[in-house]
Design a protein around this ligand. Structure first.
Ligand code: TXA
Ligand code: MG
Length: 331
């Protein structure tokens, strides 16, 4: 079996992408599966590689805030202030699309999602591609649809390696992702921000930076695939518990097949496999997905998670965990 090419230099990635190949790329949040946003057949292969339904829109990644106008017609003033303050960084804005943002990117919606990632290799790649006329890269998280997002190049090998190898595509290795959960997605089509997906840029960050209050999402807010009931899910069952509930567990469950993800202040129940022990919520987020993968690697059947509490990145953690823990019939 041929194995997928893992790159450490950007120039080979530039050559592959301009030739119409896919390349998984590191970002500060999670690894993305990138293709030239102007190349429809390559975009179609992104959907094929992930097994992603074609009406789920993709995020366009650009090298610099000054390029957002290629993709989004006009941003409200608060959003201009926000992207200038945060980018490069873990924030995506959704705005009214220009003609450059084709239906295969937007899922036929009249809006498009754009971000500038804060990873030196991703930025170098985007800049070099731009010099070759590539206006942006679509890059959904580089996992099979519904699975846990990858936060290392090795995770991408495990998720999509066979497909990428078979098609002559590659993975650019930029080390482990610092943030570990996907970007905050903000709807920027009105005079107030709406958070479509929580992330490391928090509601209070947005309100502090813009001076504008975040509004609740209305029922006609755009679709977010991470908004599906079951998403970000490992094979093991994810069960959210309070620290106090842990004490009684070893008597009632098979400890041999149970794992724990919790802050280091929470002790490991007897017999459980400790999967992560972060000291802060940010560390918890950065370790969360690799801890879930470790549970699957060890063939544990259940992961007990004590989520950190708070209104910052904790909201993103709880959002992902609640979707990972939903049991949908037939899945
Ligand atoms: O951190 C991230 O955002 C990562 C890295 C690779 O940049 N990317 C990522 O992409 O998480 P993906 O495709 O796994 O998630 C993108 C989310 C989807 O839930 C999609 O529905 C939403 O963005 N999205 C994209 N375009 C949209 C639009 N026009 N309106 C509303 N949501 C949109
Ligand atoms: Mg994803």
């Amino acid at each position: 079996m041929i194995s997928v090419e893992v790159l450490h230099d950007v120039d080979t990635a530039v050559a592959l992408i301009t030739a119409g190949h896919l390349c998984a790329i590191p970002t500060e949040t999670v690894y993305g599966l990138a293709a030239d946003a102007g190349n429809s057949p390559a975009i179609a292969r992104v959907f094929a590689a992930k097994g992603r339904p074609s009406d789920h829109p993709l995020i366009v990644h650009v090298a610099d805030v000054s390029y957002v106008g290629d993709w989004i017609q006009e941003l409200p003033e608060w959003a201009v202030v926000l992207v200038n303050a945060v980018w490069p960084g873990p924030l995506t804005v959704v705005g009214t699309r220009t003609q450059v943002a084709t239906d295969d990117i937007t899922g036929g919606q009249d809006t498009v999602a754009v971000r500038v990632p804060a990873h030196p290799l991703a930025l170098e790649l985007l800049k070099k591609l731009r010099e070759q006329g590539v206006l942006g890269l679509v890059a959904p998280s580089a996992n099979s649809f519904g699975h846990v997002s990858p936060t290392t190049a090795q995770h991408v090998v495990e998720e999509l390696g066979a497909y990428l190898a078979e098609h002559g595509d590659a993975i650019l290795d930029g080390g482990p992702c610092e943030v570990g959960v996907e970007s905050t997605i903000v709807l920027a089509t009105s005079d107030q921000p709406v958070i479509l997906r929580p992330g490391a840029i928090t509601q209070s960050d947005i309100e502090r930076i813009t001076g504008v209050q975040v509004a609740e999402a209305s029922s006609d807010a755009p679709r977010v695939s991470g908004g599906l009931a079951s998403h970000y899910a490992p094979t093991a069952n994810v069960v959210l518990v309070d620290a106090e509930e842990l004490d009684g567990l070893p008597q009632s469950v098979d400890a041999e097949s149970a794992g724990l993800i919790a802050l280091s202040s929470v002790p490991t129940p007897t017999g459980f496999t400790r999967l992560s022990s972060a000291n802060t919520s940010s560390e918890f987020a950065a370790q969360l997905y690799s801890a879930m993968r470790e549970a699957d690697r060890r063939r544990l059947s259940v992961i007990y998670v004590v989520a950190p509490t708070g209104t910052g990145i904790e909201r993103a953690i709880v959002d992902r965990l609640s979707r990972a823990s939903v049991q949908v019939e037939g899945q």
